[in-house]
Ligand binder design. Structure first.
Ligand SMILES: Cc1cc2nc3c(=O)[nH]c(=O)nc-3n(C[C@H](O)[C@H](O)[C@H](O)COP(=O)(O)OP(=O)(O)OC[C@H]3O[C@@H](n4cnc5c(N)ncnc54)[C@H](O)[C@@H]3O)c2cc1C
Ligand code: SF4
Length: 329
């Protein structure tokens, strides 16, 4: 075990200052991912800046009707929050589909968004991995890659993002709020995670030392939304494929739609082509099939994960069909 310094921050500024003062620091949220990676030797921070007691643990409605979720809100509290359940059910369902009750009691909103991939080569320091150690190669490319990406991957990395919450946030048009030594900014949740390209070591657009302070869900007309996840066993397992969808209708046609796939790519995959095809269309089974097929035509399965494409298709058609009111002819 490599010794490290431990600092507990009581304010956002104290946290970012402490991070800047300790080269090689990491923020510590609930610790449910970071501490595991430290035990595996994947992470060896010189300092831990503990942020899990920062006063960012509330869910508040903003004057314009948007909802701000503090970065330290625990996953259990987020999933159970009455406004989240009522107005953004896809988010509540996605959080409840992840991990276990005990883990959700400890895990934070910020930490969930920054959890690292579950690629087994990334977690095994004896194996090559461009994400863990740039330039060493990708063990999964020719190795075991049943759980890996079918969309948007590169020859440098074929890993998927493991977060269920992030998929719902992408579909719901949420924004991630950040604070660093250069001030505050926000990034659309759908653009927060990156595709791997030539730099798979960078999971997200976060800048060094920036702290996630919250997530904002937009106001707007109440839209039906839902999340569905397929996994190898009923609980306590990461997604093989998942989908979050938001649907709003006016005069019998779709006037707002957000669809994001999980476990298919290095980031939640916002299905822009499918959304474009659905806008202005009547919510029929044929329209949904056309839109989803258009999106998944971009999939390039690897040797052992072609099953993900029909699986994601069925999940998406099921969720969209459940959200759409029946069409009368
Ligand atoms: C057995 C098991 C099963 C799981 N199953 C699922 C699942 O099915 N679906 C799913 O989505 N997740 C699953 N998880 C992952 C779990 O959801 C994450 O471990 C958890 O959400 C991470 O939150 P945390 O607060 O503990 O993060 P931490 O472990 O504290 O931190 C994770 C990362 O985020 C950084 N960080 C933390 N907070 C901030 C912040 N505010 N600003 C900037 N950086 C920050 C840390 O430096 C670290 O790099 C599982 C975990 C385990 C152990
Ligand atoms: S898929 Fe990505 S995380 Fe996995 S071994 Fe390859 S480079 Fe590493």
């Amino acid at each position: 075990m490599k010794p490290f310094t431990y600092v507990r921050a009581d304010s956002v500024e104290e946290a970012t200052d402490a991070f800047a003062a300790h080269p090689g620091a990491r923020y510590l949220g609930g610790g449910t991912n970071l501490v595991d990676l430290m035990k595996l030797g994947v992470e060896a921070p010189a300092a831990l800046v503990d942020v899990h007691r920062l006063p960012l643990d509330t869910v508040e409605e903003l004057p314009d009707g948007a909802l701000r979720i503090g970065a330290m809100v625990r996953n259990s509290d987020l999933a159970a929050h009455p406004t989240v359940r009522d107005r953004y059910p896809a988010l509540s369902q996605a959080v409840l589909a992840g991990a276990s009750g005990q883990l959700r009691n400890a895990a934070t909103t910020g930490g969930n968004l920054l959890q690292r991939t579950r690629c087994p080569y990334f977690q095994d320091v004896s194996k090559p991995c461009n994400k863990r150690e740039p330039g060493t190669g990708c063990g999964a490319l020719e190795g075991v890659h049943r759980d890996h990406a079918v969309l948007g991957y590169s020859q440098q990395c074929i890993a998927t993002n493991p977060s269920d919450m992030a998929v719902a946030l992408a579909a719901l048009d949420a924004r991630v709020e950040l604070y660093g030594t250069e001030g505050a900014r926000s990034v659309a949740a759908a653009d927060f995670h990156r595709l791997p390209g030539d730099h798979p070591e960078r999971d997200t657009e976060i800048r060094p030392g920036e702290l996630i302070t919250g997530v904002v869900l937009p106001a707007g007309p109440a839209s039906a939304s839902a999340y569905r996840k397929a996994r190898d066993r009923a609980s306590y397992a990461f997604a093989l494929a998942s989908v979050a969808a938001v649907l709003h209708m006016t005069d019998g046609v779709v006037d707002r739609v957000g669809i994001a796939f999980g476990a298919l790519a290095h980031r939640p995959w916002r299905a822009r082509r499918a959304e474009e095809a659905l806008l202005g269309a009547a919510p029929t089974a044929a329209a949904f099939e056309h839109a989803v097929d258009l999106e998944l035509a971009a999939a390039r399965p690897l040797r052992d994960n072609a099953y993900k494409v029909p699986l994601a298709r069925r999940l998406a058609l099921d969720v969209l069909g459940r959200l759409a009111p029946p069409v009368t002819t």
